[in-house]
Design a protein around this ligand. Structure first.
Ligand code: NAG
Ligand code: NAG
Ligand code: NAG
Ligand code: NAG
Length: 303
C-alpha cells in the first residue's frame, strides 16, 4: 500500500504533474445548489450546468480538454495553471471565464480570439507579456480584469475589434505612465477604469480623452501633476486620486474651465494649503465636490 503510493507519487513527478492528465472538476447544476464532482481527460458540459470549477492541479490547459456546449461560468482558479494551448477555447460556448490566481506569465494572441464571452478574469497571475491581438474579436466582452499581475503598460495593440469593454481593472500592476490614448480601445458607453496600486507617475493630457467615465480610480500611485485636460476633455463622474504625491491642483475651479468632473476624492496627498482652500471653494462655485481629510483642512485653517 505504502510502496504503491510512493510509486504513484514518483511516477507523477517523473511524468510532469499529472500522470494521466486527469482533470478533477465540480459541476454546479442550474438550480445553483446541486453539485457533482467528476474527473476525466475532458471537461464535458452539455446543458443544465451553470458552473464548472476545476478543483485540482492543472498546469496545462490543452486543446481538446474542453467540450462545452453551453455553460455560464467556467472557473479555473488557483490550480497552478501555467500554460494554455492556442485554440483551447475554440467553439466553446461559455459566458464567463475566470482564470484567476494561477501562474500564467504570458497571454498569446490566439487564445481568446473570437470567443463570445462577457467576462474574463486573469487576476492574480504573473502576466508580464501580452501579445498583440490577445483580445481580438471578442465582441461580447464587457469586463476584463487584469489586476494583480506584472504589467508595465497597456498597449492598444492587445485589442482588436473588441469594442464593448465597460469595466477594466488593471490595479496592482507595475504601470508607470498613462500614455496618449491608452484607453481608447474601451467602449463609448459608461466606463469604470481601475488603475489603483500601480506606480503611475505621469498622466498624459490625452490619456483618457473623449471617454465617458463613471469612475476613474488611480489611488495609491505616484502622481504629482494632474493634467487639467482630465477635467475638460472627458465626462468623469468620480475621480479617485487618493494616496498620491499631489501638492497642487490645476485651476479647475474657475468658471471658464467648465470642469466636467463631478466628484474628486483626494485623501492622503501632500496638498498645500492654497490648494486645500481652492478645493473647498470648488463646490460653492458649482465645480466638482472634493473629498479631503478633515484634519488637513483643520490644520490649514489654523495657520
Ligand atoms: C463532446 O460532447 C458531446 C455531447 O455534448 C459528445 O457527443 C462528444 O462525444 C463529446 N466529445 C468528446 C471528445 O468527449
Ligand atoms: C437539471 O438539473 C436538475 C437539478 O440537478 C435536475 O433535477 C434535472 O433533472 C436536470 N434536467 C436535465 C434535463 O438534465
Ligand atoms: C450558446 O448556447 C446558448 C444556449 O443553448 C445558445 O442560445 C447560443 O446561441 C449559443 N451560442 C453559440 C455561440 O453557440
Ligand atoms: C462653459 O459652460 C458655459 C455653460 O454651459 C458656456 O456658456 C461657456 O461658453 C463654457 N465655457 C467654455 C470656456 O467652454
Amino acid at each position: 500500500m505504502f510502496t504503491s503510493v510512493v510509486l504513484v507519487v514518483l511516477y507523477s513527478l517523473v511524468n510532469g504533474h499529472n500522470s494521466n492528465n486527469l482533470i478533477t472538476y465540480e459541476l454546479t447544476f442550474s438550480d445553483l445548489y446541486s453539485t457533482e464532482k467528476l474527473s476525466g481527460n475532458v471537461i464535458n458540459v452539455d446543458n443544465n450546468i451553470s458552473a464548472v470549477s476545476v478543483l485540482e492541479n492543472l498546469p496545462e490547459l490543452r486543446k481538446g480538454m474542453l467540450n462545452i456546449t453551453y455553460l455560464i461560468y467556467l472557473c479555473i482558479e488557483n490550480v497552478n495553471l501555467q500554460y494554455m494551448e492556442e485554440g483551447v477555447f475554440d467553439n466553446q460556448n461559455i459566458s464567463l471565464i475566470s482564470l484567476a490566481s494561477n501562474k500564467l506569465a504570458k497571454i498569446q494572441s490566439r487564445i481568446f480570439d473570437n470567443l463570445p464571452i462577457i467576462f474574463l478574469s486573469l487576476s492574480g497571475n504573473e502576466i508580464n507579456f501580452i501579445e498583440n491581438g490577445a483580445f481580438r474579436n471578442m465582441l461580447s466582452l464587457r469586463e476584463l480584469i487584469l489586476s494583480q499581475n506584472k504589467l508595465t503598460q497597456i498597449s492598444l495593440g492587445y485589442f482588436d475589434n473588441t469594442p464593448h469593454i465597460l469595466f477594466f481593472d488593471v490595479s496592482f500592476n507595475e504601470m508607470t505612465k498613462i500614455e496618449d490614448g491608452s484607453f481608447s480601445f474601451l467602449s463609448d458607453g459608461d466606463l469604470t477604469i481601475l488603475i489603483n496600486d500601480n506606480a503611475v507617475e505621469e498622466i498624459h493630457p490625452r490619456g483618457f480623452e473623449n471617454l465617458k467615465i463613471i469612475q476613474l480610480s488611480l489611488s495609491n500611485n505616484l502622481v504629482r501633476d494632474v493634467p487639467v485636460e482630465l477635467f475638460t476633455k472627458n465626462k468623469i463622474g468620480m475621480l479617485v486620486l487618493s494616496s498620491n504625491q499631489i501638492e497642487e491642483f490645476p485651476d479647475i475651479f474657475s468658471e471658464e474651465t467648465n470642469s466636467t468632473v463631478k466628484r474628486v476624492a483626494i485623501y492622503d496627498n501632500p496638498l498645500n494649503c492654497e490648494t486645500v482652500e481652492k478645493l473647498i471653494d470648488s463646490e460653492r462655485k458649482s465645480g466638482p465636490s472634493c473629498f479631503l481629510e478633515h484634519d488637513r483642512v483643520a490644520r490649514c485653517r489654523q495657520n
